[in-house]
Write a protein that binds this ligand. Structure first.
Ligand code: SAH
Length: 241
């Protein structure tokens, strides 16, 4: 099963067990992956469902649903301030591999640039490829770049952590013991210049707890990967017990 090619589709493409493939999907399957009519593949709807399907020209026929156990027991929303350059690409790729459910590219007081719409498309494509690569059942949602205050007010997460490099805060590893599924965890990571005092105060006033990722200051690219690794590892090891 693992060697079958996987492709993400929208749920609206399925009618009576048949999937209507878009032109880009047909191009990808037949030209890029070199599949042929009659070949089997895995189709994922990005919302937790996978099917085994068989290609038939412009459509794919669903054969059976496939159970996947590659998702974390609790949803993780990563709110990461946009770093300079292209390093957010890697944040999207790595955190998708590690299991995040949603990524909010955050504009903070010390974030310099608002990214172009093409960047959002690019991150969504990276997330899709990374989800397929990691055999995930869900493709993370990449939100439009959003002001920190806005996402802090809008989040529905019942566990909220603000990563802070300076200060004597409990390590995220210790504090994660309070989490029990189902639910959602929000993790906020600041930009290269760090959070401003006002942002920290605002987050705390809205239910965030300040947490540490260790005694060394991590780069804006490294911190989200470490935070999500810690949470994913602990959630999965708790689930095994
Ligand atoms: N220039 C800032 C560091 C910013 S690092 C300073 O000197 O303080 C970018 C972000 O990564 C921080 O805002 C924080 O969210 C996170 N981060 C980096 N190291 C961390 C650590 N040891 N513990 C918790 N969060 C950390």
């Amino acid at each position: 099963m693992a060697q079958l090619q996987r492709i993400a589709i929208a749920h609206s493409q399925i009618h009576n067990g048949q999937i209507t493939l878009t032109s880009p999907q047909q191009h990808y399957l037949y030209r890029v992956l070199r599949l042929q009519s009659g070949d089997r593949l895995i189709v994922m709807d990005g919302m937790g469902k996978w099917w085994l399907a068989q290609l038939a020209s412009e459509t794919a026929q669903i054969i059976e649903s496939v159970s996947v156990e590659t998702e974390l027991p609790i949803a993780i929303t990563l709110m990461a301030a946009l770093p300079k350059g292209n390093s957010f690409d890697e944040v999207v790729r790595c955190s998708t591999e590690l299991g995040v459910t949603c990524i909010a590219p955050v504009l903070s007081d010390r974030t310099l640039l608002k990214p172009s719409p093409q960047k959002l498309q690019r991150w969504r494509r990276i997330a899709q490829e990374a989800a397929e690569q990691s055999e995930r059942a869900c493709i993370p949602t990449i939100l439009e770049p959003v002001a920190f205050q806005k996402i802090v007010l809008e989040t529905t997460a019942n566990y909220r952590y603000l990563c802070e490099g300076r200060g004597n805060y409990p390590h995220l590893t210790n504090i994660i013991a309070e989490v029990s599924p189902p639910g959602e965890i929000a993790i906020a990571i600041g930009p290269e210049g760090g959070w401003t005092e006002a942002e920290i105060a605002f987050a705390i006033a809205n239910g965030f707890k300040s947490v540490s990722l260790g005694k060394r200051i991590l780069r804006a690219f490294t911190a989200p990967i470490v935070a999500v690794s810690v949470v994913a590892t602990l959630l999965e090891s708790i689930a095994e017990k």
